[in-house]
Design a protein. Structure first.
Length: 632
C-alpha cells in the first residue's frame, strides 16, 4: 500500500528537514500487517536558503520539483499531484512534525470508511496548544462575518458564532467536518480522480476551503481524526491578526463566493464580508494609532503641566504678576519646546521598545542644547526665561522617565526598565546530548550557564522540574526521544507556559514555536543591525534632510553634476522614500558603500557592504555622499 506525500516549500529549510525526518520515521505496518510505502515529493517555490540542495543530499529518495519562481501553493501541489498514481495522497506543510503512527492510522481509517474522501488529524502548535483550524465548517456569510469581527474568539464553543471552527464539536472526538486544513489534507485516489486538482486561482489562503467543499459536493465526506496528532509550528500564527491577512482572506473568499454563490446570496455574502473587513480595519487602525500615541500624549501633557506650574512658581519667586509672560508663551512657545525635546528623544530611540532610559536622557539633553543654542540667537524681546527653559526641560525628562517607571511597574510589555532574569533551560535527553546542546548555545552566544539536563522524560517529573527550577524553556533531544513521545509531552505540559523546542539528532539547529536557533540565523541577525528601528529612523531622517538641502541649493550644485539628468529625479525619489542615498541589500540606493573607493574588487565590495550593514552610522552616509557630491 502506497501513500504519496506532497510538501510545498518556500525558504524554510530547517523546518523542512525536521518534517522529512519525522515523515520517514513514520513508515509503519498497517492493521493487516502490510507495510505502508511512502512516496515523498517536495515542490520548492524558488527558495534561496539552500532547501533544494539539503533535500537532494540528505533525502535522496525524495522527488524534487525545483521551480524557478514562486508559483503559489495550489499550482505547486498540482505539479506533483499530476505525476502521482498512489491510492492515497497527502498534502503536508513543511513546518509540521508527524507522529510515528499518523500515516497508518489515517490510511486504516480511510480504508475502513469508503465514504471518506478527505481526512485530517488533530494539530497542536509548538507549545502543545490545540489549533482550532484542525476542523472547520463551511464559510457561510454568517460564519465568515462572525470570524472576522471576532465573535468566534469570544464564543469559541458556540455552534452559531464558532461555526467557522465547528467549536461545538469536541477536539478529541472523531467527527465528520466540512473543511480540511491545507497543512494536513489526505485524499483517496478515487476522490482525487473525481474532484481534480486544486484551483490555481487561489495563490495563498482559500484553496483548502475550496478543495474541501469540492470533495463534499462530489458526494464524499471529510473527517477529523484526533486519535493521532501533528505539530504545526506556524498554525494560526500572529500574522493572521494583521490587516494584510484580513485583506488576503477577503480576496480568497471573494473567489470562493463567485464560484459557489449566485444572485442575492452572493451580494449578501460580499456585503457582510466587506462590512467585516472595514470594521476590522478600523479597529486595527485605531488600536495601532492608540498604541503609538498614548505614551507620547501622556509625556506631552505631563511636560506641559510642569512648564505651566514652573511658570507660576517662577513668577512668585520674582515677585511679578501672573501676566508677566505673554499668553503666547504657554500657547505656542512651551508646546514648541516640548515637541523639540520629544522629537530629539524620538530620534535617539527614546520611544523604541524595549525602553532604554539612556536614550531618553541623551535625546532630551540634545534637545536642551538645541533649544539653548536657538535661544541665544533670538532677539532680547523674544527671550522669555533661560531658567524656565532649563527647569522645564529637566522636568520633561523626569516626567518622561516617570511615565516609563509606572508602565514598568504595571508590567506593560516593552516598558520594563529592568531586564527580567532569564529562567533556566531544561534539556530532556542524555548527558551527551545535554552537553551538545550547551555547546551549541554557547557557540551561538546564548546563555548556557542556566541549563539543566534530565534523563527522566516522564510528564510528572518534568512538570515538577519546571515548577521547582522556574524553567522557561524545554529542549527535547530528538536523538534520545521518539517524536511521538515529544509531541505527547508537549500536549500534556501545555499548561506550564514554557517554550518547547526540539533539537534534531543531527545538525546545529534547534526548532521551536515560530522560532529557529542556528548559527546561520544569528549571523543574519547580526548583519541586520541597519534594520533596527533607531538605525532606520536615523537613515530616513538623513535622507529627507539631505534631499531638501540638495534641492534648496540646486541652483548652485546642479551645474557641477556629471549626471545632470538624474539630479532632480534622484533627489525626489529619495525624498519620498523610493530610494535611499546609500543602498544596501534589499534597499536600492543612488550610491553603494563601495562608492567611497575607486574601482573596488567584487570581494572588497561585498566586505564593505557587510561592514556597512553591521556597523551602520549616519556619518558613513554623509561621507559617501560628500565623496560623490558631483555624481548625484
Amino acid at each position: 500500500m502506497k501513500l504519496s506525500i506532497v510538501i510545498v516549500n518556500y525558504n524554510v529549510k530547517y523546518f523542512l528537514k525536521q518534517c522529512l525526518s519525522s515523515v520517514f520515521a513514520a513508515r509503519q505496518e498497517l492493521s493487516d500487517g502490510t507495510r505502508l510505502e511512502l512516496d515523498v515529493w517536495v515542490v520548492d517555490n524558488d527558495s534561496v536558503d539552500g532547501s533544494v540542495d539539503m533535500v537532494r543530499s540528505d533525502f535522496p529518495e525524495v522527488h524534487v520539483i525545483a521551480n524557478k519562481e514562486n508559483v503559489g501553493f495550489a499550482r505547486a501541489n498540482n505539479q506533483a499531484l499530476q505525476a502521482i498514481h498512489s491510492p492515497f495522497l497527502l498534502l503536508l506543510n513543511p513546518d509540521t512534525i508527524v507522529e510515528r503512527d499518523t500515516f497508518v492510522q489515517c490510511v486504516d481509517f480511510m480504508r475502513q470508511h469508503p465514504d471518506c474522501g478527505g481526512l485530517t488529524v488533530k494539530m497542536v502548535d509548538g507549545k502543545g496548544n490545540y489549533l482550532r483550524e484542525s476542523k472547520r465548517g463551511f464559510p457561510s456569510p454568517q460564519a465568515s462575518f462572525y470570524k472576522i469581527v471576532g465573535l468566534t474568539r469570544l464564543f469559541p464553543r458556540s455552534q452559531r458564532f464558532a461555526a467557522y471552527y465547528m467549536g461545538h464539536l469536541g477536539e478529541n472526538d472523531i467527527n465528520e467536518i466540512e473543511i480540511l486544513p491545507g497543512a494536513f489534507l489526505m485524499l483517496s485516489r478515487e476522490a482525487y480522480e473525481k474532484v481534480g486538482g486544486l484551483d490555481e486561482s487561489y495563490f495563498m489562503y482559500g484553496e483548502d476551503i475550496d478543495y474541501s467543499w469540492r470533495i463534499h459536493l462530489a458526494g464524499y465526506k471529510n473527517y477529523y481524526l484526533p486519535t493521532t496528532r501533528i505539530v504545526h509550528y506556524k498554525g494560526e500564527s500572529t500574522r493572521k491578526g494583521s490587516l494584510n491577512y484580513v485583506y488576503t482572506f477577503y480576496n480568497a473568499m471573494a473567489i470562493f463566493v463567485k464560484k459557489y454563490f449566485t444572485g442575492r446570496n452572493a451580494r449578501l455574502f460580499n456585503l457582510l464580508l466587506q462590512t467585516a473587513i472595514w470594521l476590522r480595519a478600523a479597529l486595527a487602525g485605531l488600536r495601532r494609532i492608540a498604541g503609538r500615541l498614548v505614551v507620547p500624549l501622556l509625556d506631552f501633557v505631563l511636560a506641559y503641566g510642569g512648564f505651566a506650574l514652573l511658570k507660576g512658581l517662577w513668577e512668585g519667586i520674582k515677585g511679578v504678576g501672573g501676566d508677566y509672560y505673554p499668553p503666547e508663551y504657554l500657547t505656542y512657545i512651551v508646546p514648541l519646546y516640548i515637541l523639540i525635546l520629544m522629537g530629539c528623544s524620538w530620534l535617539q530611540g527614546g520611544y523604541d521598545k524595549p525602553v532604554k532610559p539612556g536614550r531618553i536622557v541623551k535625546g532630551m539633553a540634545l534637545g536642551l542644547l538645541l533649544l539653548l543654542a536657538f535661544y541665544s540667537l533670538l532677539d532680547e524681546s523674544q527671550r522669555y526665561s533661560r531658567m524656565l527653559l532649563l527647569l522645564g526641560s529637566l522636568w520633561t525628562m523626569a516626567a518622561t522617565l516617570l511615565v516609563r517607571l509606572v508602565l514598568s511597574l504595571l508590567h506593560v510589555k516593552g516598558y520594563a526598565l529592568r531586564a527580567r532574569r532569564r529562567g533556566k533551560t531544561l534539556v530532556v535527553g542524555s548527558d551527551e546530548e545535554t552537553a551538545r546542546i550547551r555547546n551549541l548555545y554557547a557557540h551561538m552566544g546564548l546563555p548556557a550557564e542556566n541549563m539543566l539536563g534530565t534523563t527522566d522524560s516522564g510528564a510528572r517529573h518534568l512538570q515538577d522540574l519546571i515548577r521547582i527550577e522556574h524553567a522557561e524553556e524545554v529542549v527535547f533531544c530528538g536523538k534520545d526521544l521518539p517524536l511521538q513521545h515529544i509531541i505527547g509531552l508537549m500536549a500534556e505540559l501545555k499548561t506550564t507556559g514554557v517554550d518547547y523546542k526540539i533539537a534534531p539528532a543531527e545538525g546545529d539547529y534547534i526548532i521551536g514555536s515560530e522560532s529557529l536557533l542556528s548559527p546561520d540565523e544569528l549571523y543574519v541577525t547580526e548583519l541586520n543591525t541597519i534594520s533596527t528601528p533607531t538605525a532606520r529612523r536615523a537613515k530616513r531622517v538623513f535622507d529627507v534632510l539631505t534631499s531638501l538641502l540638495l534641492l534648496v541649493f540646486s541652483p548652485l550644485l546642479f551645474w557641477f553634476q556629471q549626471r545632470k539628468k538624474r539630479y532632480f529625479g534622484d533627489c525626489l525619489k529619495v525624498l519620498v522614500g523610493r530610494l535611499t542615498w546609500v543602498g544596501y541589500t534589499g534597499h536600492p540606493g543612488v550610491f553603494a558603500p563601495a562608492d567611497i573607493m575607486r574601482r573596488p574588487s567584487p570581494e572588497l565590495q561585498e566586505r564593505l557592504m557587510l561592514r556597512y550593514m553591521r556597523h551602520y552610522r549616519t556619518s558613513t552616509d554623509w561621507t559617501i555622499l560628500i565623496h560623490n557630491w558631483n555624481k548625484i
